[in-house]
Design a binder for this molecule. Structure first.
Ligand code: NA7
Length: 541
């Protein structure tokens, strides 16, 4: 008998532990959820796939990985002590610091001992007689809880395209989100990168300087904009600490919970001269201002969008020396901002290097992976290392890869086959006491995760305080929410690209608006209202 089978049988014969709540995932949302539920007096167990805390910041340790949110807006806001104790070293903090931060949080609030690591959840089954969930791990271990919170992240189910021959490659291969802890030595090596999304855009300029030769396989060019990162000076650090209440007030008011917010003017109502001056000003600033601080109709009006898109195209052309390469890097088939805008540092300059080659896989698609490298329609490229920067089965993937069975044995994956069906992104009808604590709005991650975690905590408090044992949305309210979310999304530019925002990056995945496209304050107001009206849209028993 294989070791794993023996282990599974042993685990299954052990007594089943019971908790008030199980939190799946120990990333940004999961850690805070553990903190809140323990504070509520619940017995709580965290289950984490990884060997440490951090979620996204634990797994994505590829070179160049960092925030695209300003560091001072990404940290938790719930503890003033934490805000005062933590020093952000860079304006857009890098992965290792982010992982260190989340470890600091876990220790500072004594959360680590609530978490069982290396625990891959494979199923969660609801028992209507007891209003309890039974959660099972890959190793056969089972446990029960009244409440389950899936804090599984929106970009955690990695996606590798099913290339033929993928297992035959004789060199090293990595997906960016499963990067080894030890440094990968690229010196003198021939490296191929598949993908040019936000991840690849961070990775490419860093490794271009380390590798012997780099070949980038691009299917769709992106509108990348300068990040303009830099160290945080002592004076700025002091300013952050002195003004956190203002920073948090500001990011709770803006559309995406960033420091930036849309210009109240419409793009084409100002003169061309003034528009260009505004674009240049935005371009010179760090962060997402070029997107979220732009004219207010940039995401809703095709002509306004195209005006700025053309500005970005010219910026790209100006940075790439070879005009033929530049033209390949210029996006023309989707609106600006319809995909998440990758923020970059010397990305385009990487293509001016002698040791970097750009291959357009729309011209010559990848046919297969071979023992020696990658074969496109035109030729075979030989590599020592292949890097898959091919993204994620976003938002829904990390939830539906767990076999979740609600009332009557209904499968969540089947229920969501045509797109996620939830109320507020948080609960799904027929799955009582199951909460999804991932940020499902267009919003700076921690800011929204904090408010969702607080909403879930309040709902659980309400259930317990009022002598109920279960809560789930009504089907009617859920249907109305799904319709509303799709309607709001369809009024934006988001359907104009095959992005992970709408599930279009995964072949066969149903297209649906996976993120709620109204401004973050609107989303939070709707969450607040759903609780303030006495949970009218929920069935409580
Ligand atoms: P993304 O943004 O989904 O990018 C994935 C990239 O992989 C993208 O360039 C894809 O091209 C490419 N891809 C996927 N499948 C293939 C195949 N079969 N052939 C060639 N190229 C392929 O994921 P990231 O990890 O970069 O970023 C995800 C988010 O993480 C990001 O938005 C930030 O918020 C953080 P495509 O564009 O689909 O043509």
């Amino acid at each position: 008998m294989a070791d794993s089978q023996a282990h599974a049988l042993k685990a299954q014969s052990e007594p089943i532990e019971s908790f008030d709540a199980i939190v799946i995932g120990a990333g940004v949302a999961g850690l805070y959820q553990l903190y809140r539920l323990r504070e509520l007096g619940l017995s709580v167990r965290g289950l984490e796939d990884g060997g440490g805390v951090g979620g996204t910041w634990y797994w994505n340790r590829y070179p160049g990985c960092r925030f695209d949110s300003e560091s001072e807006t990404y940290g938790y806001s719930f503890s003033n002590e934490l805000l005062q104790e933590w020093d952000w070293k860079e304006h857009f903090s890098g992965q290792s610091e982010n992982e260190r931060y989340l470890n600091y949080v876990a220790d500072r609030f004594d959360l680590r001992r609530l978490i069982q690591f290396n625990s891959h959840v494979i199923s969660a089954v609801y028992d209507a007689r007891t209003d309890r969930w039974e959660v099972q791990l890959e190793n056969g271990q089972r446990m029960r809880a009244q409440f389950v919170v899936a804090a599984v992240g929106i970009l955690s189910a990695r996606y590798v395209p099913p290339f033929e021959g993928i297992d035959t490659f004789r060199g090293e291969s990595y997906h960016t989100s499963r990067w080894p802890r030890e440094k990968v030595d690229f010196s003198g090596k021939r490296v191929g990168v598949i993908g040019t999304g936000a991840t690849a855009v961070q990775l490419i300029p860093v490794i271009a300087k380390e590798v012997g030769h780099l070949t980038v396989f691009q299917r769709t060019p992106n509108y990348c904009a300068p990040l303009r990162n830099g160290p945080v000076s002592d004076e700025t650090q002091r300013r952050f600490k002195a003004t956190y209440p203002e920073i948090h007030r500001r990011i709770r008011e803006t559309t995406g919970a960033f420091l930036h917010d849309f210009d109240r003017r419409r793009a084409l109502e100002v003169s061309r001269e003034e528009r260009l001056a505004t674009y240049e000003k935005l371009w010179a600033l760090p962060g997402f201002g070029k997107w979220l601080g732009n004219f207010r109709d940039i995401m809703t009006d095709r002509a306004a969008n195209e005006d700025f898109a053309e500005f970005v195209r010219d910026k790209i052309r100006a940075r790439v020396k070879d005009p033929a390469v530049a033209e390949k890097l210029v996006p023309k088939d989707h609106p600006f901002g319809s995909k998440r805008v990758p923020l970059e540092t010397e990305y385009y300059e990487a293509y001016n290097r002698e040791n970097v080659l750009l291959v357009d896989v729309r011209e010559a698609p990848i046919e297969r992976i071979t023992p020696r490298g990658i074969k496109t329609r035109d030729r075979e490229y030989e590599f020592d290392v292949i890097i898959y920067a091919t993204g994620f089965d976003a938002i829904t993937g990390a939830v539906t890869r767990i076999d979740i069975r609600g009332e009557g044995g209904q499968s969540l994956k089947e229920k969501w086959a045509n797109g996620p069906r939830t109320l507020l992104g948080i609960q799904s009808a027929g799955f009582p006491n199951l909460f999804i604590a991932t940020n499902s709005a267009f919003c700076n991650y921690t800011v929204c995760a904090e408010s969702i975690v607080e909403w879930i905590t309040d709902a659980i408090r309400y259930v317990r305080a009022n002598g109920y044992s279960r809560i789930a949305p009504t089907l009617k309210a859920e249907d109305a929410w799904v319709e509303h979310a799709n309607e709001v999304g369809s009024r934006t530019m988001l359907s104009g690209a095959d992005s992970w925002f709408i599930g279009a990056n995964i072949p066969g995945k149903a297209r649906a608006f996976l993120l709620y496209a109204s401004p973050a304050p609107v989303y939070r107001a709707k969450c607040k209202e759903a609780a303030a009206n006495g949970y009218q849209d929920f069935v409580l028993r």
